[in-house]
Design a protein around this ligand. Structure first.
Ligand code: 9YT
Length: 133
């Protein structure tokens, strides 16, 4: 069995700070753990407003706290995010995420992340990103 605690993991290389200053993510479960998905606790900073497009991954995002909205660019729809909302990028949807307050999110990626992924110019994660060191 694999057991980890967020507060301990935050003190290690599992805590990734986005270079764009929009978010940080503590990656509690990664590809090497062999579960077939990765699991992260992500903080989206207040005022963040940025585009993502996970061309290589599916992602589920559950809001633990905070408020914001997510917009799918293909159809212009805007979905409010409040604690309890789960949104799922099942179509590799290009989207914009906005945080009206700091938001704590639980995020699951399939296929699992290697560890050090940050967004490329298109807002995607590369499949061959480095593992944690
Ligand atoms: C909600 C979202 O996609 N935020 C970007 C960070 C991502 N969740 C991650 O790498 O953990």
């Amino acid at each position: 069995m694999i057991v980890r605690h967020l507060h301990q993991a935050e003190k290690t290389s599992r805590r990734i700070l986005s270079p764009d200053g929009n978010w940080e993510s503590t990656r509690l479960l990664l590809k090497d753990d062999g579960m077939g998905f990765s699991f992260h606790i992500t903080t989206i900073y207040k005022g963040a407003d940025f585009q993502m497009h996970y061309q290589n991954h599916l992602e589920s995002v559950y809001c633990i706290s905070g408020t914001g909205e997510v917009k799918t660019l293909a159809d212009g729809k805007i979905y409010p995010i409040t604690p309890g909302t789960l949104y799922n990028l099942d179509q590799h949807d290009k989207h914009v995420l906005r945080a009206f307050e700091e938001m704590k999110m639980a995020c699951v990626f399939n296929p699992p992340l290697n560890g050090k992924e940050v967004h490329n110019a298109e807002g995607a994660y590369e499949l061959d990103a480095d593992k944690l060191t």
